[in-house]
Design a protein around this ligand. Structure first.
Ligand code: AHR
Length: 842
């Protein structure tokens, strides 16, 4: 970086623009425009959150015209999204090779500055951040503008003095900046279209007839893994959610540091209280069960009947007659070894279930008890009650329903796991998202910390602001994938933490990667993961899988390296090491790279460039967009080069203001998914994000499935995913929707996708109508002989803001040419059974 800066500074062309006037175009040559102008570059101030590089132009250096003014042409990517990403005192220079370079100070406290380069001031390359001043004699971290100061001017823009740099540039440069700004504004306007304007947009639209032509002999194979699920421990998705453990803070490892701002109440005692007189409850760490699990409770009592009480996650829900598996680790500290009573009680003291442990010893011992619930309740608490006076140490106090998903020990909550299984996801990506690469280096998800005996796993702060027990760890993820027939797609950090890492603490943010001297070990850690999943039981890590109860390999085929990272030099160096190592040692594994958090922009461009350079077989794209973006970008993948990397659209969702998950968002996703199926030759996998959210503990909306302790609440978007998952195909048949008139707004809101599923040989027709009127649609199946028969018809429809819409399934008669009513705002799936179709269609 510093060498680069030195080169740049050396070749820096001394700014001349402050000293000479612009010339004007000759007659006939851009007649009305100057052929050059002054371009002033500056950054907005504190009131505007220092949000990036701005421009203004002038022909006389007196009258200035802001290009925007709200438009930032370059934003700093350092630190957390929001207030930490700031640009102070940008300094723009142009080098003899024609490239523009922008340097800026990151903030008032970090002795670091940023750099990015651009050929046209519109598209900027990757950013780098440097704190070293060795090669840059003028750099002085104590001043905000710590690089060459020559040529800085103050210009009054609309009565406000701004400090920046003036360059004289050809008018085309200014023109391009204005066009770029206008294009952003235009896109923002069309992408902001919602159904609220439909009464005006489609004021004269009446129900109409349309035809869908399906060409049976224009077909192509598509991915059979198109619809999957992305599980991340966000919104209490794991602990308190999918992971069936009912006791909160079972390991006494909650820590104030789990919470932003170090919440002192979030400590080892969180969720635990002491009941009974003449007793004390303290936390100790002198003789833990395992060094990874340092803290444990010490209960001292002078008389029997004192209890440690756990509130569960918003209470404990019990079902009458069901069995619950309780266990704890305990030891007596004073040799008194009486049994413990275990009770599930109401706040009023009512007992819903009870049992006794075996006797305590001087050493840590695991003591299991099976409890049977007497009543249906939602707010029980757990009591571990002493029967004799004495001092005891307690840890890993756990309660699981016996009925977990597929009755697995240390298993998953059955109803939630079933809801995921019902999507028929062909793969599951885990454990994140941002959780995978963590908030700073010390928060990365290290898979080895999450396997083996629960008491030896290493819990940690969840970057979404709570605690992660790692009880749901890599073994459980692999097992769940196997249980539901989904390919496992683990994602590991690319040697760098989340680009949203804070820059003031916890590892210094995205710009710091794992030190290169530790990268060999990290590379080995990832190779070990592959051995853990697939290796023979005689290998070191394969043996550990066998010890966990799974001698057979998990048949891992994919591994994600990185998660929407900033594509920096630091990233590239580490990613390349990991990619090359996996490719060399495990050519059978498909590596999935990453191209940033957006559908365009620097990380996307730089990520794709890297993918092309390294020949990465697949890249993970992410975009959360407005419904209008999905409506207007149905051709996004039609433009993709089929010879380059395949795409895993690993995170996407339609976001309306207020972030609901309703019929409007769901239909815009359904509409877009017709294009994903059409592009199933380049888009290999897709997954909506995020998947789960516990009511009352949600950091992100919308999500696919909301839940509380008793209920699972699938959203409208869930049903869209489910319909695509359950009605997936592996062959795409060309289809076209023909409207009665040429109308772009209508054409973009009605779409079809037709696939055949080779397993059943069923033909599946999907139709989306995002218009406010119904259409009578004639479906013409050309070159697909269909015997007149019944087929299933599933429709999801309602009002755009409907959050309760559910699919309704019925049957219809079909033939080669059949009619179907598409309700206003609807998604329709017609599944034509195998026996209806002559399979030898041309
Ligand atoms: O899906 C929620 C978050 O969105 C993921 O953790 C991250 O990858 C993305 O920014």
């Amino acid at each position: 970086m510093m060498k680069k800066i030195k080169r740049i500074i050396t070749s820096f062309l001394i700014l001349s623009a402050c000293f000479s006037g612009p010339s004007f175009a000759k007659a006939g040559d851009l007649a009305s425009k100057p052929d050059s102008a002054y371009l002033f570059s500056y950054a907005t101030d504190k009131d505007n959150n220092h949000n990036g590089l701005h421009f203004a132009w002038s022909t006389d250096k007196k009258n200035w015209h802001r290009i925007g003014p709200e438009h930032s042409f370059l934003r700093c990517d350092y630190g957390r999204w929001g207030t930490e990403k700031r640009m102070l005192s940008p300094y723009l220079i142009r080098t003899s090779d024609g490239l523009w370079h922008c340097f800026w100070t990151l903030n008032e406290s970090t002795q670091t500055f940023g750099h990015a380069a651009s050929a046209d001031l519109v598209t900027w390359g990757r950013q780098s951040y440097s704190t070293t001043t060795d090669d840059l004699s003028t750099y002085n971290p104590s001043t905000p503008a710590a690089y060459p100061q020559d040529g800085r001017c103050t210009v009054v823009l609309y009565d406000k003095p701004e400090t920046g740099v003036i360059h004289k540039v050809p008018w085309e440069v200014v023109d391009k900046l204005i066009a770029a700004k206008d294009m952003v504004a235009y896109k923002d306007r069309i992408y902001s279209e919602t159904t609220q304007e439909d009464p005006v947009r489609f004021a004269s639209l009446k129900p109409f007839n349309t035809t869908v032509i399906v060409n049976g002999n224009q077909k192509k194979p598509i991915s059979d893994l198109l619809v999957g699920a992305f599980f991340e421990d966000i919104n209490y998705a794991a602990d308190g959610g999918l992971y069936a453990e009912l006791i909160q803070n079972r390991d006494f490892e909650y820590s104030p540091a789990d919470k932003e701002g170090n919440d002192p109440a979030w400590n080892s005692k969180k969720s635990w209280t002491l009941k009974g007189a003449n007793a004390s409850f303290t936390i100790d760490s002198t003789q833990p069960i395992h060094p990874n699990n340092l803290h444990y409770a010490v209960l001292k009592t002078d008389q029997p009947g004192a209890a440690l009480v756990n509130e569960g996650f918003d209470g404990i829900t019990l079902k009458a007659g069901d069995k619950y598996k309780f266990s704890l680790f305990a030891r007596t500290l004073d040799g008194k070894n009486g049994k413990l009573q275990v009770r599930l009680t109401g706040k009023d003291g009512r007992i819903y279930a009870e049992g006794f442990t075996g006797g305590l010893s001087r050493e840590w011992k695991k003591l299991p008890v099976t409890l049977t619930a007497r009543e249906n309740v939602s707010d029980a608490q757990l009591e571990v009650v002493t029967r004799t006076p004495g001092t005891i140490a307690l840890d890993m106090i756990s309660l699981f329903p016996e009925k977990t998903f597929m009755n697995r020990p240390n298993g998953l909550r059955a109803d939630l796991a079933q809801a995921i299984a019902d999507i028929h996801p062909r793969f599951i990506r885990f454990p994140g998202g941002c959780v995978a690469h963590g908030d700073g280096l010390d928060n990365m998800y290290r898979w080895k910390n999450t396997i083996g005996p629960l008491e030896a796993r290493k819990p940690q702060r969840n970057l979404w602001g709570y605690h992660q027990t790692a009880g749901l760890g890599y073994f459980e993820y692999f097992r769940f994938c196997e249980d539901i027939g989904a390919e496992p797609v683990p994602v590991v950090a690319a040697g760098v933490p989340c680009q949203n890492s804070a820059c003031t603490h916890r590892g210094g943010g995205q710009q710091g990667g794992i030190p290169m001297c530790e990268m060999d070990d990290y590379v080995q850690e990832i190779l070990d993961l592959i051995e853990y999943a697939n290796g023979d039981v005689k290998t070191e890590w394969g043996k550990k899988r066998a010890e966990a109860g799974h001698p057979k390999p998990f048949n891992l085929k994919y591994i994600g390296i990185g998660n929407e990272d900033l594509i920096t030099d630091i990233f590239e160096e580490r990613f390349t090491m990991l990619f090359n190592a996996v490719k060399e040692k495990h050519p059978e594994i498909t590596v999935i790279g990453t191209v940033g958090p957006y559908s365009e922009g620097t990380d996307y461009e730089e990520g794709w460039e890297l993918a092309n350079k390294l020949n990465i077989p697949m890249v993970d794209e992410h975009y959360y967009q407005k419904p209008g973006w999905f409506i207007h970008n149905q051709d996004y993948y039609d433009k993709y080069d089929r010879s380059k990397s395949k795409v895993y659209l690993g995170e996407y969702a339609a976001h309306l203001p207020g972030r609901p998950n309703n019929l409007e968002t769901a239909l815009s996703e359904a509409l877009y998914m017709t294009a994903l199926e059409r592009n199933g030759d380049v888009v290999h996998m897709t997954s909506y994000a995020p998947l789960l959210a516990k009511e009352g503990h949600t950091q992100w909306n919308p999500d696919l499935i909301y839940f509380n302790n008793e209920e699972v609440k699938p959203t409208v978007g869930y049903y869209v995913q489910q319909l695509y998952g359950q009605h997936a195909g592996d062959e795409y048949l060309n289809s076209r929707v023909i409207l009665p008139e040429e109308n772009d707004a209508m054409q973009k809101r009605i779409a079809s996708s037709v696939v055949r599923d080779s397993r059943s040989n069923d033909l599946i027709v999907k139709l989306v109508n995002l218009l406010p009127v119904p259409t009578q649609t004639s479906v013409l199946l050309k070159d697909i002989p269909v015997v007149e028969e019944t087929a299933t018809l599933t429709t999801l429809s309602g009002k755009p803001d409907d959050k309760q819409a559910k699919p309704v399934t019925t049957t219809i008669r079909v033939s080669n040419d059949f009619d179907i009513d598409l309700p206003a705002y609807s998604f329709t799936v017609i599944r034509i059974k195998q026996n209806n179709i002559n399979l030898k269609s041309k």
